[in-house]
Write a protein that binds this ligand. Structure first.
Ligand code: HAM
Length: 421
């Protein structure tokens, strides 16, 4: 026997026992996407690397450290270096938005998708190299109402998923008018305390000073004294943020201001937010996050267009719901079609097809084993009923056996559905 092959590190197989919990949570995301009037979009799993380096920023972790490069089977070095698995969906959605001229369609575009993302990060509890995000984006709406609408949507999702109390941490990081001033203030402050910074922060200070605030090893005292973006907002950004908060207050959505919430991707402007289970703030604990990206469409070659959205981690949501003991609804009862005649497979398959056509959940036993063995297997599979195809009867009639009660009766095939529901 040859050596079994194991999965790459940092990925997870979704096994049959995981299916119901995933389907439940994904079902809530799909349903809410419809209720909040979002339209579905799908973009490819891989894109040109340039889309990510330009869109998310060269200095973001997703681009600098975590890119999964994809190479063609053959081709020049240059061609091989061109692609990467998507670390997040927003850049690809904006690319598609521009490529398909969606900016000339009426109204803001409200788009959603669910799919796998890839980040070549160090695997840990809650941090995977392939993970699933539910993503929503509104492109072409300057807000602030839509900011509150999106955050309320996130809250509703977690409530319906049953992950316990969730807090949205909220900040505003300004725009092209006020960010440069804030950036300078941060550089002045941290440069004066450079000896207290980690190596990583010292590097961040040069390429992207806001991200020093994101350093988990930042000296807490230093962090507490750092300039706050809310104190540096221009009038327009300040008014926008005040309106977002007032709308959230009116909606009764729970949020807390977090002055260090700058987010890890460079495209953000103004409103930024992250969702956590109350009291569970930490690395790898964010259940979701997002914000406004008013410069991204233009950065990717389009007209000046505002945007906002979030990405919610489905893996982490499923784990959090499981911790709360939320159970998925049971599947529909299982029926197994068995046959007394070991040679007659066609009648079994026909009966199974008819029952499936009537909407039932059906397996069919194609073995030549004795009837008793087939019934035993059906019970082991957890089936509630067996349908016996009896060679003495026409195919319009079958025997319905209740495997729990060990009772059976002859019944018309087209009456089975009504009697087992
Ligand atoms: P993000 O904060 O990088 O944002 O990711 C969103 C969520 O995806 C995280 O809060 C987390 O739940 C989940 N997630 C991220 N990385 C991993 C991982 N390695 N393993 C498991 N789960 C993970 C974005 O991706 C932005 N595109 C969100 C957005 C949309 N902003 C505007 N529109």
């Amino acid at each position: 026997m040859s050596r079994p092959i194991s999965a790459p590190r940092g990925i997870r197989d979704l096994l049959p026992e995981d299916g119901p919990a995933w389907s439940r949570v994904e079902g809530i995301a799909r349903d809410l996407s419809a209720r909040y009037a979002f339209d579905r979009i799908e973009t490819p799993l891989f894109e040109r690397i340039e889309l990510f380096s330009r869109g998310l920023g060269e200095s973001s972790d997703a681009v600098e450290k975590e890119m999964f490069r994809v190479s063609g089977a053959a081709g020049s070095e240059e061609e091989r270096a061109e692609w990467a698995l998507r670390p997040e969906p927003t850049a690809g959605i904006v690319r598609a938005y521009l490529e398909h001229g969606m900016h000339v369609r009426p109204g803001p575009q409200r788009l959603w998708m669910i799919g796998p993302m890839f980040r070549y990060d160090r695997p840990q509890a809650g941090r995977f190299r392939q993970f699933v995000q539910w993503d929503v984006e509104v492109i072409g709406d300057p807000g602030p109402m839509v900011d509150a609408e999106i955050i309320e949507l996130g809250h509703r999702f977690y409530a319906e998923a049953g992950v316990g109390e969730v807090v949205a941490y909220l900040n505003s990081i300004g725009d092209a008018t006020c960010r440069p001033g804030y950036r300078d203030a941060l550089v002045d402050y941290f440069a004066a305390h450079e000896d207290r910074l980690t190596d990583d922060s010292r590097r961040r200070l040069r390429v992207n000073p806001l991200r020093v605030l994101d350093d988990k090893d930042l000296d807490p005292e230093l962090a507490a004294g750092a300039p706050r973006s809310l104190d540096h907002l221009c009038d327009a950004c300040r008014a926008h943020f005040a309106a977002v908060q007032a709308l959230l207050d009116d909606l009764g959505v729970r949020y807390e201001i977090d002055h260090r919430l700058v987010r890890g991707l460079d495209y953000y402007t103004r409103t930024t937010f992250e969702f956590y289970v109350a009291g569970r703030r930490g690395q790898q604990q964010a259940l979701g996050g997002g914000g406004r990206y008013d410069g991204l469409v233009e950065l990717l070659g389009g007209p000046d267009t505002p945007g906002i959205g979030f990405g919610i981690g489905i893996d982490r949501t499923v784990l959090a719901a499981a911790e709360q003991g939320v159970a998925a609804a049971a599947d529909a009862p299982l029926l197994v079609v068995v046959g007394a005649d070991p040679d007659a497979l066609s009648p079994r398959l026909k009966v199974a097809a008819a029952l499936r056509g009537a909407g039932l959940r059906v397996r069919v036993d194609g073995s030549e084993r004795k009837l008793g063995k087939q019934l035993e297997s059906a019970a082991k599979l957890g089936a509630r009923y067996a349908i016996l195809v009896d060679p003495q009867l026409s195919l319009e009639r079958v025997i319905l056996r209740d495997l729990k009660a060990s009772e059976q009766r002859e019944i018309a095939l087209d009456e089975v559905a009504a009697s087992v529901r």
